[in-house]
Design a protein around this ligand. Structure first.
Ligand code: AMP
Ligand code: GLY
Length: 423
């Protein structure tokens, strides 16, 4: 099979790593890819949002399947254009992808279909938004409506901070994504993410994990796209997963199809879980980043038949995926200044070495310098991932690899997986 994989982050490097192990693969082309993916397949400089360019590339390589990594390509309508070109695609249409690309759409969708989620209001002007805060106690939850790379959520400890966040977002801090703000009830419990494949009809659970959103140790600092993740997450008990499947995931997939936008891709359900009771925090129309990295490390089955089944409507005939009976973690190495103003262009040494048993380093935001050196080219730069018999072993392996990487201008959290270690 010829596969075109769209994206350039750690999530896509992990997908490329797993796809490259498939005996079904003939040719892997990544667009735009990154230096890590260049080792596994060909990279072509077509942007993830260049829909016409990607359709042309898929035709040129006679792609049997296009795999969409990032939400920006979903929102741009890549799946719609590929459907018109009759090229199988893993990833939802722009209409189905509104489950991620508009929080206001998703909240109203939850209301229409009685899916459990936090109470909320949607506002385009600051005065009514601020007045709505009267209904809640601190902490206040303020969200930009549109896509903001995981950074469009503010949990404000005071009324002043909440009002400042409203002014910021409506004032253009997130561009068009902040033209509307969503104000939500604060949920208590523990956050976890469940993944599910859907081919428009059949739903199949596909692993889960727990992310660390805050930039610094002890869950301090600003929200980020994710500083690390581990799986399996103890809070995703069999009862919690079953409740998520029957109350959130299956009803959402049936409802979006009934509304005329069948969902073909992976649905990422982020929920607050309180005593096995899940409440939706958000849906995402793609794999999580860095959740995908640990899923790929733990997945024993060949990924390609699942991707193809999603694209072509064959999921009902597939066996359940097999997961390694091991723990996995991913620690993100980010550039100093992330998430506000990451410092790019700095030199990273030692990241392309062999790190031994169970350790894989994915590239999330790197580029190759003219002299061949590896340079930081984004906020989240490397994903150091490791498997182990238990969390202690996986963590020890990941942090040993990090110690061997020479990058003074980067930082990472030292406490990834603390919740699992404590249990
Ligand atoms: P999101 O970008 O929607 O995943 O939100 C980022 C983080 O903010 C989540 O991982 C939660 O930790 C937190 N969060 C979002 N919504 C709520 C809520 N309604 N109640 C409590 N915490 C929330
Ligand atoms: N790690 C969270 C996300 O991908 O949105």
């Amino acid at each position: 099979m010829n596969i075109l994989l769209v994206g350039s982050g750690g999530r896509e490097h992990a997908l490329a790593w797993k796809i490259a192990q498939s005996p079904l693969l003939t040719r892997l082309v990544c667009a735009p890819g990154n230096p890590g993916m260049a080792v596994l397949g060909e990279v072509r400089p077509v942007a993830a949002t260049d829909v016409a360019g990607l359709v042309a590339l898929a035709r040129e390589i006679a792609a049997d399947l296009v795999v969409i990594g990032p939400e920006t390509a979903v929102e741009a309508g890549l799946a719609d254009a590929l459907a018109e070109a009759a090229i199988p695609c893993f990833g939802p249409t722009a209409a189905a992808g509104r489950l991620e690309s508009s929080k206001a759409f998703t909240k109203a969708f939850c209301d229409r279909h009685h899916l459990p989620t936090a109470g909320y209001g949607v506002f385009e002007a600051a005065t009514p938004a601020k007045a709505f805060l009267d209904r809640f106690q601190p902490p206040y939850v303020i969200k930009a409506d549109g896509l903001a790379a995981g950074k469009g959520v503010v949990i404000a400890e005071s009324r002043d901070a909440a009002e400042a966040a409203i002014d910021d977002m409506l004032g253009g801090a997130f561009g068009a994504a902040g033209a509307r703000v969503v104000i939500e009830e604060f949920l208590t419990g523990e956050i976890a993410s469940q993944f599910a494949l859907c081919d428009g009809e059949t739903v199949m659970l596909f692993g889960g994990g727990q992310d660390h959103k805050r930039a610094f140790d002890g869950d301090q600092g600003p929200n980020t796209g994710g500083m690390g993740v581990y799986a399996p997450a103890p809070v995703l008990t069999p009862a919690a997963v079953e409740n998520a499947r029957t109350r959130l995931i299956e009803p959402a997939m049936a409802a979006i199809a009934a509304e005329g936008a069948p969902y073909r891709g992976v649905l990422f359900t982020e929920m607050m879980i309180d005593h096995d009771d899940p409440s939706l925090v958000e849906f995402n129309a793609r794999f999580g980043d860095p959740e995908c990295q640990v899923l790929m490390l733990r997945l024993e089955s060949d990924l390609v038949p699942y991707l193809m089944a999603v694209a072509t409507g064959g999921l009902a005939a597939m066996a359940q995926p097999v997961w390694r009976d091991e723990a996995a973690i991913c620690v993100v190495l980010a550039a100093d200044g992330y998430p506000a103003a990451p410092k790019t262009g700095t030199v990273i040494k030692g990241a392309e070495a062999e790190f031994g048993e169970g350790v894989v380093v994915f590239h999330a935001g790197t580029k190759r310098g003219v002299d061949g050196a590896l340079l930081a080219a984004g906020g989240r730069v490397l994903n150091v991932c490791a498997r182990g018999r238990d969390f202690a072993e996986a963590r020890a392996r990941a942090y040993a690899a990090i110690a061997a990487i020479d990058w003074p201008e980067g930082f990472h959290r030292t406490d990834i997986g603390w919740r699992a270690l404590g249990r």
